[in-house]
Design a protein around this ligand. Structure first.
Ligand code: GDP
Ligand code: MN
Ligand code: MN
Length: 250
């Protein structure tokens, strides 16, 4: 193989600049389309923050009436009781109350504080995750006109590892997981258990390009990625398969 044959040009990543501060009612797909010319097969990654803002997911902390339980948790972890109440309202299951609130959201994602953000939002306000990020991704995908995938990301901590990374909370036009089971390894042995969380891998790199805090670049497009279109539709572990969750119950 010559040196030039050995290199496969595979992927471009574009960071879209120039998006405004997103307000409720803003049409994310139109804004992004006005700044970037999409082609079939592109993967558009959007920070959940801007999707949530466009969907009006701001809440006034003062609008919550904390229950006794919320007040209890709040005092044990040193958080605002209203904030704790907001997290509980978005949750269907509480896995940890201390030293931080780890919950399962209504749409199936498990994360600290139900993914509620207090940065980039404004005083006294919080921003909930989109109510149904998969639906949001589907709607945005439908408005792109080209046949693209859409992944909505959030920056999350990970168990057993230092540092936050981007994960997918909603997606459309792409299989969540690539199933390698039955494919042969280099020596011809069939793989038995490898499910690859494609949407999380892409979200992780997108999150790296988006930056945090004040970068102002919540949209990233990948071109040239080969990704599975059909197959497993979720990265959220079903409870009956989860071996960690039962161990966390007190
Ligand atoms: P999260 O990871 O979805 O919680 O979002 P972050 O708050 O970490 O923001 C991700 C990226 O989007 C960062 O580069 C932020 O500066 C940027 N960002 C957040 N909100 C807005 C907005 O309303 N407009 C623009 N242009 N960028 C934003
Ligand atoms: Mn977030
Ligand atoms: Mn982030």
């Amino acid at each position: 193989m010559s040196a030039s044959e050995a290199i496969l040009p595979s992927l471009q990543g574009y960071v879209i600049r120039g998006l405004p501060i997103i307000k409720p009612g803003d049409d994310i797909a139109s804004l992004v389309k006005s700044l970037f010319e999409f082609q079939d097969g592109d993967v558009l990654c959007l920070a959940s923050t801007i999707v949530a803002k466009s969907e009006g997911r701001f809440r006034d902390l003062g609008s919550y009436e904390p229950t006794a339980r919320a007040a209890d948790i709040a005092s044990s972890i040193g958080k605002d009781p209203s904030f704790v109440q907001a997290v509980l309202n978005e949750s269907v299951d509480v896995l940890l109350e201390k030293p931080f609130l780890l919950v399962k959201t209504r749409f199936g994602h498990t994360g600290v504080n139900a993914g509620i953000d207090q940065s980039n939002v404004g005083d006294g306000l919080i921003l909930l995750l989109p109510e149904d990020p998969k639906k949001s991704a589907e709607e945005i995908r439908a408005s792109l006109e080209k046949d693209c995938a859409v992944i909505i990301t959030d920056t999350c901590g990970r168990p057993f590892r230092f540092g936050v990374a981007g994960v997918a909370v909603g997606w459309a036009g792409i299989a969540a997981v690539r199933d390698w089971r039955g494919e042969r390894d280099l020596l011809g042995k069939a793989l038995e258990i490898t499910l690859e969380a494609v949407v999380d891998e892409i979200a992780g790199f997108a999150n790296l390009l988006m930056g945090e805090a004040g970068d102002g670049t919540p949209a990233v497009v990948f071109r040239g990625l080969r990704y599975p279109r059909f197959g497993e539709q979720s990265v959220f572990m079903p409870e009956e398969m989860d071996v960690i969750r039962p161990l966390m119950r007190r």
